[in-house]
Design a protein around this ligand. Structure first.
Ligand code: ADP
Ligand code: MG
Length: 252
């Protein structure tokens, strides 16, 4: 039987009078690749913020597997397995790929405040190696992150999200601003992650989203106007197609 990895129940986030997220419910199965589509300003990033605890919910609940996590701090949610990447890459550009990944691995360990020296034989360093190999960035471990292509920088960020026991990873427009080749690279690498990791991707480019996703939710003005559509259902949905193309024009 399929297990639900991430469940959002009637999530609402108000900024003053604006309902940026308005009674949104989601049910995402373990291992599912789920895309969140919607025009600019439709509440996609805010939805991620309330799932991760970066922002408090106004009302509603969030569950990771069977555990309600809505009242946990953002850090406790990370420890429980909810991870994210941001629209704008957050990396230590002057540090190497190894050092960035190492900090992420140490950051989710219970003894994260201990200042043990960085040795290549420590369990943390071994985990860095495993993550880098999985994302095919093991050839860049000793390079400063600032010297990498934007696509490889995004992979480092995804690697940081994988550290420890990542269960659900929320990716906020991971291919935005990337070159043509890098745009194809990211979904390919994501499809090679372990099958039990659940991926939720916000994507502005409908083609990328449909290539990636098993199921799609469409947000508009903070509301989920379509839930758990298949890729074919999205392609055959005239309203969504028009709304989306309209949204992209407005964005361009
Ligand atoms: P999307 O990611 O779909 O482009 P956002 O979630 O960023 O949309 O924004 C949804 C709406 O909420 C927008 O109208 C935006 O201006 C507003 N908004 C987002 N964050 C804040 C905030 N911290 N304070 C006030 N309004 C916000
Ligand atoms: Mg956004």
């Amino acid at each position: 039987m399929e297990r639900i990895a991430l469940r959002v129940e009637n999530a609402t986030k108000a900024f003053g009078a604006l309902l940026a997220v308005d009674e949104v419910s989601l049910s995402i199965a373990e291992g599912e690749k789920h895309a969140i589509l919607g025009p600019n300003g439709s509440g996609k990033t805010t939805l991620f913020n309330v799932i991760t605890g970066d922002l408090p919910l106004t009302s509603g609940k969030v569950f990771l597997y069977d555990h309600e996590i809505s009242s946990l701090s953002a850090y406790r949610r990370i420890r429980s397995g909810i991870r994210r990447t941001y629209q704008n890459t957050l990396l230590f550009g002057g540090l190497t790929v190894f050092e960035n990944l190492f900090l992420a691995v140490k950051g989710v360990q219970p003894d994260r405040y201990s200042l043990r020296s960085v040795t290549s034989s420590s369990p943390a360093a071994e985990e860095v190696g495993r993550i880098a190999a999985m994302l095919r960035i093991d050839g860049f471990l000793s390079e400063p992150v600032a010297d990498l292509s934007h696509g490889n920088q995004k992979l480092v960020e995804i690697g940081m999200a994988l550290a420890g026991e990542a269960k659900v990873i929320l990716l906020d427009e991971p291919v935005a601003g990337l070159s043509h080749e890098d745009r194809a690279l990211i979904p390919k690498v994501l499809s090679n992650l372990p099958r039990n990791i659940t991926l939720v991707m916000i994507e502005h480019d409908m083609n990328v989203a449909l290539q990636f996703a098993d199921f799609v939710t469409v947000l508009h003005n903070g509301k989920a106007i379509r839930e758990r559509l298949t890729v074919d259902q999205v392609k055959n949905d005239r309203y969504i197609q028009e709304l989306y193309v309209g949204g992209q024009r407005a964005h361009a």
